[in-house]
Design a protein around this ligand. Structure first.
Ligand code: 5GP
Length: 204
């Protein structure tokens, strides 16, 4: 039996690449993995559930968390705070669960500074054409908005090399399997297996 802390995986990728779907599949397959639920000061929308979609908290409480180092990364958007709470993730990790933060590049850079160790994965589209097609399929945005999103996506993809791993979301299943392989490989790193080896050899 191998009993050790969980690992923290940060997954990013441009808007439209389908990382939400990929992460959902991973959670369905590997029940040991938990997805961090963000905290926000915005009000819940119809149908949103506290603790599931977000932890909905007051501005005062959010600012208190920032001061107490209880938020590992955050941003302000439309006059509201959004961020990743520290305690929930650390409790899971201490309880041997692996944890995923699905966040933007900015957030990843903050997490790198604020957490002991992260493993970062960037999800790429197979091509710009495919990404544009997926962005168009998504909704009602005008060509101008889609072009803006594509430009943002290009800028984000230029940072892909700062991640530990890059996976391609062409076929969903392949991408999911690639990420599961990364997770498995990371757990077999010798630095994590040393306790097991020492246990085996303890009576020698
Ligand atoms: P919404 O209000 O539509 O749920 O989210 C607004 C924006 O906040 C989205 O761009 C979303 O990605 C971002 N966001 C949600 N949670 C977090 C978080 O924990 N950290 C950061 N940095 N951004 C977040």
């Amino acid at each position: 039996m191998i009993n050790r802390k969980g690992l923290l995986f940060v997954i990013s990728g441009p808007s439209g690449v389908g990382k939400g779907t990929v992460v959902k599949k991973i959670l369905e397959i590997d029940k040991n993995i938990k997805l961090s639920v963000s905290a926000t000061t915005r009000s819940p929308r119809n149908g949103e559930v506290d603790g599931v979609d977000y932890h909905f908290i007051s501005k005062n409480d959010f600012e208190k968390l920032i001061k107490e180092n209880g938020i590992v990364e955050y941003t302000q958007y439309c006059n509201n705070y959004y961020g990743t709470p520290r305690k929930q993730a650390e409790d899971w990790i201490n309880n041997c669960n692996d944890v995923i933060f699905e966040i933007e590049i900015d957030g990843k850079q903050q997490v790198e500074k604020n957490m002991d160790k992260i493993i970062s994965i960037f999800v790429m589209p197979p091509s710009l054409e495919v990404l544009e097609h997926r962005l168009k399929k998504r909704g009602t945005e005008s060509q101008e908005v889609i072009s803006q999103r594509l430009q943002t996506a290009i800028n984000e993809m230029k940072q892909a090399h700062t991640y530990d791993y890059i996976v391609i979301n062409g076929a969903l299943e392949d991408c999911v399997q690639d990420i599961l392989s990364i997770i498995k490989t990371e757990k077999l790193k010798s630095e994590l297996m040393n306790d097991f080896v020492e246990g085996v050899l303890s009576n020698v």
